[in-house]
Design a protein around this ligand. Sequence first.
Ligand SMILES: [Zn+2]
Length: 382
Amino acid sequence: MDYLTSPRKIPNNQAIMANKYDLFTFFGKLWEVAADYCKFDKTKIMPVLVECPDESQRLKTLYCIATFGMFPFAGGKLGAELDTCAIGPASHHAENLVYIMGSHTGYDSINKKWGSIYREKEGDYSTCCGKLAGILGPYLDKYEDAKRSIKYFIDEGRVLLKIPNRFLEIRNSCESDTVELRLKSSLIKDSLESEAIITAESPGCVIFEIHPDLQLALEDKNRKITHDPTPIGDDLNSNYLKFHIISSDQFSDGISERLYPLMHQIVASLDYPPIVTIANVNTWIEFNRFVDAIHAIPDVLNKGIFAISGLTVDLYLEKESSYSNIYYPQYAFFKPSEEKEGIVMGTSEANNLLNIYAPIKDMLSLDRIIEKDKGVIKKIGL
Ligand SMILES: [Zn+2]
């Protein structure tokens, strides 16, 4: 598995987003997996949702009730962070647990834009997931600034890079900065300590000779290198930068701290926007925390556990004035009740398992759920 062998390399978005389902199909298949593959007693399964509490993805709660006949246990916190303290209590309430996990992001289908949705009660578009967008923001701002401000040009036959001082470790941070972007020596011919040129025309910048490998990469991509300085743009990939947090007090929570070492890869992702990448990376990290926790908490040792972790994409359907979700399964975990160790499945294994099963058709309808609940005071004689 990638996440076991290369914990410092983020998953490829395209590979882990290769399969997607509407919620009706996904939950229908999940029920069949729990009953047939896991051999869980259908009357003793409790769903556990590990997800962000946004209103835009609450449909999953209804599908849990419709599929499993009961409300889901809440196993997550803001940002789809796994609440490890909830694992023990959840396991006390059922013989078998089915975890549905993962981060979410929005897709604005009208403007074809990831990372935001129209929120009806707000009357406007806003970020989705707002929690992850808040974590990503300061890093992305620095990266976008660097892509615009670091420029290459040719002078007397040498390709040079003009780098603003703020990306070099030669100035003190502004008080308002929470994070700094620092460049790696691989950008420069010799090293960042090597001979640099400070010119009168660009007093806030230092000029270095470009690394031959980067020059070759620019030439391979047919970039025009002229006397006019050109922004480096997307050619400033994650190999050339790292982030430095000014103070560890800046981490407001565990999610921020766990994502920090991977932020240079997240901001520079090209196959999907960074807001999708951060959601996928967070999904991957929290799933790993889940696998560790399941093996470490004694209360769950004699329980049957199945977990599926993936990305939820939130949609707002304008005509219907309602939210909808698409689920991209990415990882799975199965531990029979009689086993101490569980097995972990990567994206293709998890999706191959789901694909074996056709979704059930006999889900509880909302009418039946309300009918069961209606008149409760009379039913119990209070
Ligand atoms: Zn959220």
